[in-house]
Design a binder for this molecule. Structure first.
Ligand code: SF4
Length: 217
């Protein structure tokens, strides 16, 4: 995949919640000079572009150390000059180290890009939209592709296509033997629709928002 079709479509047709032009410009600039596997470059460019729309340092928005971010840029976007790489990843949220560790336990190849994606996914999972939106990706399919490629044995456990943030949270709860779901079985649970189903865009000004923290509220 060489482009973010969701972005291109929204730019052409006009979205109800417009994608910031900075996101589009950054993504396009990054992809123009990207080096390496096209899908990996696409996913990293999306994450960088969405992070660049936020006021905090890129390192913090991506949960990456300065050295890791520098290495990633040097590897995939070597001609990049404008993006600052200051500061550090900032403090972890409570569940972030556990999610990072869960992902890395299931890494597919051991390549360094999986460390970068592990950090990025764990940090972006703290956002308030679907994971694909918080990562600036084109849709749920991109997240599924990313996880199946780089965290295959974990992704394969999501046999019922649970929403990805919900799936992560559920996995962490199962590991800790802390089950605080409203029901012992998903099929009889009042929250079924929160955990399963389509992941249409969230976060329009009047629309719903999602965090993995609200999983059991
Ligand atoms: S909240 Fe309900 S639907 Fe969601 S994972 Fe728990 S039991 Fe399943």
């Amino acid at each position: 995949m060489g482009s973010n079709l969701w972005i291109e479509q929204n730019v052409r047709e006009g979205a109800p919640s417009p994608i910031p032009s900075r996101f589009v410009l950054t993504y396009r600039e990054l992809m123009t000079t990207a080096v390496g596997d096209p899908f990996e470059c696409h996913a990293l460019a999306c994450a960088l572009a969405v992070a660049a729309t936020e006021p905090r340092p890129l390192t913090e928005a991506l949960g990456m150390s300065r050295s890791a971010l520098k290495a990633m840029l040097a590897c995939h976007f070597p001609s990049l000059r404008a993006l600052p790489v200051d500061a550090g990843p900032g403090p972890d949220a409570l569940e972030e180290p556990d999610l990072r560790a869960l992902l890395l336990e299931h890494r597919s190849t051991g390549a360094v890009v999986e460390e970068w994606f592990g950090a990025i996914i764990a940090r972006r999972s703290l956002g308030t939209n679907h994971l694909w939106q918080d990562m600036g990706l084109s849709g749920r399919g991109d997240v599924s592709t990313l996880l199946n490629r780089h965290f295959h044995s974990l992704a394969q456990q999501n046999v019922r296509s649970m929403k990805w943030k919900k799936f992560f949270y559920r996995q962490l709860c199962l590991r800790e033997d802390v089950l605080i779901c409203k029901s012992p079985h998903c099929d009889s649970c009042d929250d079924f629709s929160k955990c399963f189903g389509d992941e249409f865009p969230l976060g329009t000004p009047s629309g719903p928002r999602e965090t993995w923290h609200d999983h059991h509220q």
